[in-house]
Design a protein around this ligand. Structure first.
Ligand code: GTP
Ligand code: MG
Length: 431
């Protein structure tokens, strides 16, 4: 495979920039940059001058010998001084020595092709790079470390054993299963079904960890929806005035609570309106309700929110600082201005959206591709269990094989070229 090069750090001025080269000419290219025929000791940093046409830079360079590198190929990393112009000059020099610019995610794709990473581990790296919250980083790191892959492989191993047992009997068509043997195989398949079912059921939490919890704040004009967005995010992102109809478009802002990202949608006050612009805003308020995981229905002493929704919701009563008594148990009383009960509201939203314990080291499916693979495997296992007493073992065996293959797509042992390309395109350059 040809030798590729890219910046591994973002373009711009910085103390240090990291440039990566991978492929069989990596070392030779480095030798020509430093104008020295040095036989680099792997994994050792060297301080060297890199010569460009009219000037040079003093850089730290390191060589990793295949297969002991991220990509599994010969890799060189150059730490030059930061700066877009300088790093670009070094890359140009590397290209003129025979390398080509890497595509997005090409280093990781090579790592996958060379067996250094499974697909789900690579996806974990993307999640870790893109993480905005503690839980997102943790779940990315769990994937990257191969914990999902290990768990899925142990389910595949169990399927292989069941298959081996069935196949052994297939060689002797006259062999009849005793009741005990058949219930044992069925039990084992049932346990796998339960395991996969749990994974799918808990993926709801996984997706909330990955995508964040979407909250729509709705109510009549002037009840304090934008003030609440500002109070929850400790910001002044939304404009607040005492003029009804201040917010016209959906305003988005987010906060982190207990490691989870909560994404707020502050909306235009819902009421009868003839104003063309306001009507569009109100349509968007209803769309925000459709898009969200939970709705905050905001009321105040002048306007009770009675908008119907089948989404989980909290009846929030704002401006409680203006009330003398709070009587109705139906409402969660807050004050966006004094901050009263704002932290308690965060806890209530958390309790209503994140079900069960979010355990720190638990493996959740956070990726819709993985969830689809597990669902597919589940449907094959289900079929095998249902048909077990009514059909021939070769049919059961083929359902189990299909389940095995569906699970194999998670780690990429059996993934098609198209899926692989799609995954690595999500990477940044130089990764
Ligand atoms: N006393 C008191 N006033 C509040 C509270 N929350 C908001 N207000 C006031 O209520 C008025 C309206 O607040 P906004 O946050 O703009 O209300 P809104 O629901 O976003 O209004 P629209 O965007 O017009 O739909 C402002 O004058 C706020 O200062 C509160 O908890 N207590
Ligand atoms: Mg507003």
């Amino acid at each position: 495979m040809n030798t590729i090069v890219a910046m591994a750090t973002p373009a711009g001025n910085s103390g240090v920039a990291v440039i990566r080269i991978s492929g069989e000419n990596a070392k030779q290219i480095l030798q020509s940059l430093i104008q020295e025929n040095l036989d680099f000791e792997p994994r050792k940093m060297y301080l060297k001058n890199i010569y460009l046409k009219d000037f040079s830079d003093r850089c730290l360079v390191v060589f990793f010998r295949a297969p002991f590198s991220f990509t599994g190929e010969d890799v060189v990393e150059i730490q030059s001084h930061g700066g877009y112009f300088l790093a670009q000059k070094i890359i140009d020099e590397i290209i003129s020595n025979g390398a080509r610019l890497a595509d997005r995610g090409e280093f990781s794709k090579r790592a996958f092709i060379n067996g250094k990473l499974s697909l789900d581990q690579a996806e974990g790296i993307i999640d870790l790079i893109n993480a905005e919250s503690e839980m997102q980083a943790k779940s990315g790191s769990t994937l990257m470390q191969g914990k999902l892959k290990d768990m899925i492989s142990s389910i595949q191993d169990e399927l292989t054993e069941i298959l081996a047992e069935i196949e052994a009997k297939l060689d002797y068509p006259e062999y009849e299963y005793t009741d005990k043997e058949s219930s044992n195989v069925k039990d084992r398949m049932f346990k796998i079904k339960q395991q996969l079912n749990n994974l799918v059921a808990e993926s709801k939490n996984g997706l909330l960890i990955k995508n964040g919890v979407k909250i729509a704040i709705i109510g009549a004009p002037n009840v304090g929806k934008s003030s609440l967005l500002n109070a929850l995010t400790k910001s002044d992102k939304a404009i607040v005035t005492n003029i009804a109809g201040t917010t016209r478009d959906v305003i988005e802002a987010e906060y982190e609570y207990k490691g989870i990202i909560f994404r707020l949608l502050d909306t235009a006050g819902i009421h009868e309106s003839d104003d063309v612009v306001e009507k569009i805003g109100i349509d968007r308020s209803f769309k925000a309700i459709d898009d969200c995981d939970i709705v905050l229905k905001i009321s105040d002493q002048d306007n009770i929110c009675d908008i119907e929704t089948n989404k989980p919701h909290i009846n929030v009563f704002n401006k409680s600082d203006l009330l003398t008594k709070k009587t109705d148990d139906k409402y969660f009383y807050i004050s966006a201005v004094t901050g009263q009960n704002i932290d308690e509201l965060k806890q209530k939203i958390f309790d209503m959206t994140i079900t069960g314990d979010i355990k720190q080291n638990k493996i959740y499916l956070t990726n819709t591709r993985h969830i689809e693979c597990v669902k597919n495997a589940l449907s094959f296992i289900d079929k095998a269990i249902q048909l077990f007493d009514f059909t021939t073992m070769d049919i059961i065996s083929s359902e189990i094989k299909n389940a095995w293959l569906a699970l194999g797509e998670i780690s990429g042992v059996v993934s098609g070229e198209e899926i692989i390309d799609k995954i690595f395109k999500k990477f940044c350059l130089g990764k």
